[in-house]
Design a protein around this ligand. Structure first.
Ligand SMILES: [Zn+2]
Length: 295
């Protein structure tokens, strides 16, 4: 368990630093979709004639900064709709602020349920209190649906337990853009929240499913990391599939987690994927634990 706790510290240093918050950047991906980066999870912004829709809401301590950035750099119209891709704090940070202003918050039904409960997220060694009522989603879905906003359509789809059991991805067919939520960490080993039923094999399956809705010109907004393309998503899927196969084999031999970590089962993958939020040892412990929990 020490390694898992250490992973939490590494993660906080990488992405959730409280000391010197990075400035938020805004990039226009199409005539109707922009992305805000530098605030926890990546955020899509879709302005309409008299309203703004956003997909995900960053970190709690950057909520005011996020709203000011969107107002200055994309549209000063009110944010009327917020779509949460999943329950995590670095994607729901402005929920309470926006919900309090009357923004309609939409999510999978499990996202609302998870946000309503106290949860200890073991992979990051952090405990989260229930979200204050104004921040809870008021429209929920079980499989998927569509939202029409300005010139754009958002088609959202829930997947079986993957990063968590609350995940949905969002496709913008008019702009050929995919927002993956945390089903995709572009270029490094992902958080796997096994405390809310996430598991590495589910993440591989979700990446596989998303590959069927993109083509070679799709712009992919990952939950974390730079804008990606289909080739990058495919490489990520291949990595997750390989790791799932290797670790599943070891789990069937009932190998304890310490021995699995010591055997360095990802050593040929670590140079490419191990330089982000998690060092290889910490991530193998998380991925393997996720398989033990899933079984
Ligand atoms: Zn997440």
């Amino acid at each position: 368990m020490f390694r898992v706790a250490a992973a939490g510290l590494a993660a906080s240093r990488f992405a959730f630093s409280q000391n010197a918050p990075a400035p938020l950047t805004v990039t226009k991906l199409s005539s109707s979709v922009s992305v805000v980066m530098g605030n926890g999870g990546n955020i899509a912004v879709v302005p309409g004639d008299d309203s703004v829709l956003i997909v995900d809401a960053g970190l709690p301590d950057r909520a005011n900064d996020l709203l000011a950035t969107i107002s200055d750099k994309v549209s000063a119209k009110p944010i009327t709709t917020l779509f949460n891709t999943h329950w995590h704090f670095d994607h729901t940070g402005a929920n309470v602020l926006l919900g309090g202003k009357g923004t309609r918050i939409i999510s999978h039904e499990n996202t609302r349920a998870r946000l309503s409960a106290k949860i200890t997220m073991e992979a990051l060694n952090r405990t989260f209190e229930p979200m204050a009522a104004p921040g809870l989603p008021v429209v929920t879905f079980s499989d998927g649906g569509s939202i029409y906003q300005g010139a754009e359509v958002l088609n959202y789809t829930h997947v079986a337990a993957a990063h968590t059991d609350t995940d949905a991805y969002v496709l913008f067919p008019k702009s050929n853009i995919l927002h993956t939520g945390d089903l995709f960490f572009n270029g490094f080993y992902p958080v796997i929240d096994y405390s809310t039923n996430g598991w590495v094999g589910g993440m591989a399956a979700a990446a596989d499913k998303m590959l069927t809705v993109v083509d070679n010109s799709t712009k992919i907004i990952p939950g974390h990391g730079p804008i990606a393309d289909k080739a990058a998503l495919k490489a990520y899927r291949d990595m997750l599939t390989t790791v799932t196969e290797r670790l599943t084999k070891l789990s069937k031999q009932k190998m304890p987690v310490e021995k699995v970590v010591a055997s360095a089962p990802t050593k040929d993958l670590d140079a490419k994927w191990g330089g982000g939020m998690f060092k290889p040892d910490a991530w193998v412990a998380i991925a393997y634990t996720s398989i033990l929990r899933h079984a």
